[in-house]
Design a protein around this ligand. Structure first.
Ligand code: ATP
Ligand code: MG
Length: 529
């Protein structure tokens, strides 16, 4: 059950008023009783002193004269006086007179010595008078007085407490309850306390006004706090969103950095290989230039040497005709003829090599640029080598789109392909039959044509890769190889076609040559077309 705050306050107030009043009542009653007790006891004391002094003379004389009856009648008379419960007179002789009832406790006793005076200034003790008053009547009177006071004070306290409560209720707790009810039901409305006032604007009105003002201020503050909370919530959401964006941005940035790094590494790799290719190209070109110069220089002496050797040979033949067969001169003439013949053969070999380098270095700028289908050209090259292919029972597999066209130098390209094909026959499958040669061609995204020629033959040792394009490099020197085939391939593709020649590292089986060059060669000033 919900107890109204006002009734709880009233109850506590009543309890405290009753408790406090009761305490005050008890204390004042006790003080009152103590004062009464002191007064009663004092009165009894005074009474006993008065009786003792007023009876002592007659009693002293009666005891001195040993008038027993008189002493007894005086003792009885004292015992009958109000407040006296017991009286005794004890003579020095040991004789005693008593009246009343003696008590062990709660007794007020007065004792005086009875002295007889003689010769005006002499005194002799004749006995003692003892008067006792029982205190129980005093106690009883105090008890009834206490009951009376308590009853009276209790009623007074109740009435005063009830009155105070009524006043407090009317003046304080009831208005407080109304204030509390107002704030519970209609907190935003202005608080008007309808009540009877004895004076003007009192503390309750002041409290109500202040509470009302404070409540309105509190409501405003709460509204502002609510707004701040909402703004804070929105700010937090914004912050979360920003953090999310930041994280996404960072991740994107990191991805881009990785991608850019990879691209850069890729570009760097490409640049390095292009640089290597350019260096190689330049090196081969310089070598070619040097050899061409050398060939030109050697052309004349070799021609003369060959002429001289021819003349010598004629002279040897003439000499043999002049000497008789079997003679010493005939033998000498034959030896001379053999020597001259060998000399001629060697000179012819040297002349052939020199001729080869001249042909290799020959400027093919006079060839006309033309548009042709690559597959047709490939077929032509293969059929030109048919005899050699059939001899070794080798098979050539061509994979080239028939629609793939080129705009460039057909004869130069045929020369290149012929060299590569004959290398596969002569080197890859040397001494072997039934080899397979694959030629594939395709158009790349960047409008470059790629031609790949591969065999499954003995392959090229990786240590030779850097030298195979050099002029006069051949593993078949003296056995028909001049070492100019790949030199011509490289020279034509790089210089005339503006392309590249690569020999990817093989896994041990066969060799592959990859040619790449623009599908359409333009700019006659550059390529001589
Ligand atoms: N398909 C191949 N398989 C194995 N080795 C090869 C192949 N192609 C070329 N070679 C090696 O490369 C060397 C150089 O070849 P290149 O064509 O320049 O000269 P060559 O064939 O020896 O002589 P030339 O071509 O002048 O008659 C060859 O001697 C050979 O050792
Ligand atoms: Mg060759």
């Amino acid at each position: 059950m919900k107890i109204a705050p006002s009734s709880r306050l009233n109850r506590q107030l009543a309890l405290r008023i009753v408790l406090f009043s009761s305490m005050v009542t008890v204390v004042t009653t006790l003080m009152q009783l103590w004062a009464d007790y002191e007064a009663d006891v004092g009165q009894l004391n005074a009474q006993q002193s008065y009786i003792a002094t007023s009876y002592s003379d007659t009693l002293e004389k009666s005891v001195w004269t040993l008038n027993v009856e008189l002493v007894q009648s005086q003792v009885d008379g004292i015992a009958r006086l109000p407040g006296i419960s017991f009286v005794s007179v004890t003579a020095k002789t040991g004789q005693a007179w008593r009246a009343g009832t003696p008590s062990q406790a709660h007794v007020l006793t007065t004792r005086i010595d009875l002295r007889h005076s003689y010769l005006d200034d002499k005194q002799v003790e004749v006995g003692a008078l003892q008067i006792e008053s029982n205190l129980w009547p005093v106690y009883r009177s105090l008890l009834s007085k206490a009951t009376e006071i308590l009853l009276f004070n209790g009623i007074k306290t109740f009435v005063v407490a009830a009155f105070i409560l009524l006043l407090v209720r009317r003046l304080v707790t009831a208005p407080l309850s109304r204030i509390a009810e107002h704030f519970e039901r209609t907190p935003n409305a202005t608080l008007r306390l309808e009540r009877r006032r004895s004076g003007g604007f009192d503390e309750i009105d002041q409290l109500a006004a202040q509470l009302s003002g404070s409540y309105l201020r509190l409501a405003e503050s709460l509204e502002r706090v609510g707004q701040s909370e909402r703004q804070l919530g929105e700010a937090l959401i914004d912050r979360e969103r920003l953090l999310h964006l930041e994280t996404g941005f960072k991740q994107k940035l990191e991805r881009e950095v990785v991608e850019r790094t990879q691209e850069l590494e890729h570009t760097l790799k490409r640049l390095r290989s292009t640089q290597d290719m350019l260096i190689e190209r330049e090196r081969l070109a310089a070598l070619g230039r040097m050899l061409t110069g050398l060939a030109q220089e050697m052309d004349g002496p070799l021609e003369k040497g060959l002429d001289t050797a021819g003349q010598l040979m004629s002279q040897c033949l003439a000499l043999r005709g002049q000497v008789s067969r079997g003679s010493e001169s005939d033998k000498l003439a034959r030896q001379l003829e053999d020597g001259v013949s060998q000399l001629r053969a060697q000179l012819q070999l040297a002349a052939d090599l020199i001729g080869g380098i001249r042909r290799a270095a020959q400027d093919r700028g006079d060839e006309m640029r033309e548009r042709f289908h690559l597959s047709t050209t490939l077929d032509e090259v293969v059929s030109q080598q048919r005899t050699a292919l059939e001899a070794g029972r080798h098979v050539v597999d061509i994979r080239c789109p028939t629609s793939l066209w080129l705009e460039g130098y057909r004869y130069a390209l045929k020369l290149v392909l012929r060299n590569l094909l004959s290398n596969a026959i002569e080197h890859a499958y040397a001494g072997r039959e039934g080899g397979r040669i694959e030629i594939s061609a395709r158009l790349l995204d960047d409008q470059q044509v790629e031609i790949k020629l591969s065999d499954k033959g003995k392959g090229i040792d990786p240590s030779l890769h850097s030298r195979i394009f050099d002029p006069f490099f051949s593993t078949h020197l003296g056995r028909g190889g001049a070492g100019l085939g790949l030199y011509i391939v490289h020279k034509v593709i790089t210089e005339q076609f503006g392309g590249t020649v690569q020999v990817p590292a093989s896994s041990g089986i066969g060799a592959t040559f990859v040619l790449r060059f623009p599908q359409s060669l333009e700019g006659p000033q550059q390529y001589g077309g």
